[in-house]
Design a protein around this ligand. Sequence first.
Ligand SMILES: Cc1ncc(COP(=O)(O)O)c(C=O)c1O
Length: 240
Amino acid sequence: MERKRAAVPHGAITNIPVFIKKADNFLLTDVDDNVFIDFGAGIGVINVGHANDKVVEAISEQAHKFTHTCFHMAMYESYVQVAEKLNKYTPGDSQKKTYLINSGAEAIENAVKIARRYTGKSAIVAFEHAFHGRTLLGLTLTGKVSPYREGFGPMAPEIYHLPSPHRPNIHTLSHRKPSEYTADFIAEQLKTVVPVSDIAAFIIEPVLGEGGVLPIDTSYLQALVTFAHDHNILLIADEI
Ligand SMILES: Cc1ncc(COP(=O)(O)O)c(C=O)c1O
């Protein structure tokens, strides 16, 4: 811990004060040989378990072929294969395309760029309690001042927030029943926030993560989709 404190900035926060030396499937072993059940799973990205044989084999096979070319310099087929698979399994009938990038924040930034360019509008509406990343735009979209945004201003322009539909009990949605969520209700909410004609996109977590691991009320999401459709607004689903 002393070495971590000296070498790594405080921003790289950790939940439990242990250093892992190895892991097998769902079990983590720390440097003192304590064994833990891994409920965190790298925040849900190790769903096939640690050191999964197939994953280890695929990484090893690829490492023997070539390490990295940067797809923008020289292409390779596996990039296209992954894109094809993701396009196939993403729900909906419309044509899909996949762009692979380095991080969630970078994905969000690019989604906002695409929405602005496509619609020719600039405002983005996010939701309170959401988390969208640690870059300037990601932070601005994040609907939580403390601890994420505090002291890092000024934030990026043209970002607005609505109350979180995942946590209606603590905000202005408290008196609403799910069936009352309509496109008109969204219009009412926006009246004091931003002109509808300026909005390029809504960005929302279908399952709120950092804000409490809460699924959205689907009738709110449906109302948002209808409203977005009617006003040439895109909907960005942050499922990172
Ligand atoms: C919902 C959501 N959006 C964006 C991000 C940012 O992803 P990254 O840390 O890979 O930049 C996260 C990270 O946890 C996230 O949970």
